[in-house]
Design a protein around this ligand. Structure first.
Ligand code: ADP
Ligand code: GLC
Length: 487
């Protein structure tokens, strides 16, 4: 058994902007089941404080002259111990975890997450008299990167693991910010936190963690290449022997069509015929013509370039010429939101666009759609294709990252050997997207065959069982590397 401090900037159901939140609740729960003593460390945003009841104060401290309390609560449902970094001056404000309500990054993000990282360091080094010390500090994404850098300067430190959920978000700030944060001068170098004249939080993790991983094996390979490495490919190649990929699991209790409370009708592999009632409910709810025969294509996503919105928009006229209905749920960059809303206004019988974040509707779209579109330019893992598979909603995806690792194209050979569970095409081409949609629509007409593909999809195992064990192995390797580094 190991003590693990799991640092995350979001966790479901307390606060969520994307897949990290889902992983940060389901992986620690799976580790707990494998008898690891895991504690989540999370900033105390207002939404979080509203959702937790009477958290207990564990310690107080001060960083950069700002008061901080460490609060303890438990994650709803899974009961994982969760420690909240309560620093009202930087976290207790209306808006998102990273951005204000105008979509601009908080002006003091460096300070906010430096405080978060410093609390982790003090827990790790037992400076807060908590009577608990981690063997492993597991950081996620740039918001936790400084921890690894700061811990590297201490001889008796826990081992560190850094998980990259998305290399495109790096936490870059100017040099005066580096100075303001009073970080050691020695960290300002190419071998440290400096990245082309800027302070890079993510480099803290990539340079200094004992082990680095990404959330799928394919993405772990891709980021060694300039096309996907976001300028960090050289560093990652250098640390290649410490880099691996572990595919995300999903929370099979939250995403279970057999028990999902958000659905009009629950269904399983054996009662798949009932799925269609969710389609009718979705069509009705959104004001689309209720018609069982028209294939419904779902899309749920942050609206950012990564998710392939440009090729959807480029191909929209041709896509809407197909006999389909399309349901899009998401929020993000305003220009995408506006263009999509315009298309929806012009084609109200075929296209519904819901701008916003809606957990219940996301479940209803997963269940009510026949197909689910994810034409990402890159995708470290992707969770929606996994939810889609579980809901018998065949994913149509690009062959990148975790999408390539989890979706098997319905080619004649894969249909023949019963591995096909979706449709796969090359990224960044609306022609390819259109051709693949047409291919999927042809197979959709072959009801029996489609049913077989759905059953294969629903039989895939994306529980955390295997992946959580891989993390435990990774922790062991990190401990061995730490021991080798300090002796
Ligand atoms: P990413 O983390 O890059 O956004 P993932 O596929 O890993 O992509 O995870 C996205 C998660 O966020 C999924 O659980 C998805 O259902 C959810 N999600 C994204 N946008 C919305 C939205 N507008 N409403 C509800 N859920 C959303
Ligand atoms: C990131 C990635 C996504 C991944 C998620 C959880 O947000 O964009 O692909 O599934 O993290 O690991």
């Amino acid at each position: 058994m190991s003590n693990i401090l799991y640092m995350t900037s979001e966790v479901f159901p307390l606060i969520k902007t994307g897949g990290l939140a889902d992983v940060a609740s389901s992986l620690p729960a799976a580790l707990l089941e494998l008898e690891q003593d895991v504690r989540i460390l999370l900033p105390a945003y207002p939404e979080v404080l509203e959702k937790v009841k009477a958290p207990r104060r564990l310690a107080t401290a001060s960083y950069y002259n700002l008061d901080v309390e460490l609060l303890e609560t438990r994650l709803p449902d899974s009961n994982v111990l969760t420690w909240l970094v309560h620093c009202p001056a930087v976290f207790d404000r209306p808006g998102g975890p990273y951005m204000n309500s105008d979509g601009q990054p908080w002006h003091d993000n460096a300070l906010r997450f430096a405080i978060f990282c410093k609390v982790a360091v003090d827990i790790a080094l037992d400076n807060l008299a908590l009577d608990w010390q981690p063997d492993i500090v597991h950081g996620n994404d740039w918001q936790s990167g400084l921890t690894m850098a700061l811990l590297s300067q201490h001889p008796s430190r826990p081992a560190t693991v850094f998980t990259v959920h998305n290399l495109a978000y790096q936490g870059l700030f100017d040099y005066p910010t580096f100075r303001d944060l009073k970080l050691a001068d020695s960290l300002w170098s190419m071998q440290g936190l400096e990245f082309y004249g800027q302070l890079s939080f993510i480099k803290g993790g990539l340079v200094f963690a004992d082990r680095i991983n990404t959330v799928s094996p394919t993405y772990a390979m891709e980021i060694l290449l300039p096309a996907y490495g976001c300028g960090l490919e050289g560093l990652l190649q250098h640390r290649r022997d410490r880099l691996s990929g572990i595919i995300n699991g999903i929370d099979q209790k939250v995403w279970d069509p057999g028990t999902d409370p958000h659905l009009a009708v629950t269904y399983t592999r054996k009662t798949l015929a009932k799925k269609i009632q969710n389609k009718a409910a979705l069509q009705e709810k959104l004001g689309l013509p209720v018609n069982a025969k028209i294939p419904v294509i779902g899309f749920i996503s942050r609206m950012v370039e990564q998710k392939g919105l440009d090729i959807i928009l480029q191909g929209m006229l041709d896509i809407l010429a197909l006999p389909i209905q399309m349901v899009i749920l998401g929020t993000g960059e305003v220009h995408y939101e506006m263009q999509l809303a315009e298309w929806a206004q012009e084609h109200p019988e075929q296209l519904k666009v819901i701008i916003g974040y809606n957990e219940a509707l996301s479940h209803q779209i997963e269940a009510g759609s026949d197909m689910f579109l994810m034409p990402s330019l890159f995708e470290p893992c992707g969770l929606n294709q996994l939810y889609s598979l579980r809901y018998g909603t065949l994913p149509i995806v690009t062959n990148v990252g975790g999408l390539a690792d989890t979706v098997v194209d319905a080619s004649p050979a894969n249909i023949e050997n019963a591995t096909a569970n979706g449709f796969v095409f090359k990224p960044n081409s609306s022609d390819e997207l259109l051709a693949t949609l047409k291919r999927a629509l042809q197979l959709y007409q072959q009801t029996r065959l489609w049913r077989r593909l759905q059953v294969t999809a629903m039989s895939s195992d994306f529980s955390w069982q295997n992946s959580a064990r891989h993390y435990i192995d990774l922790y062991k390797s990190a401990l061995a590397d730490r021991d080798a580094a300090i002796h």
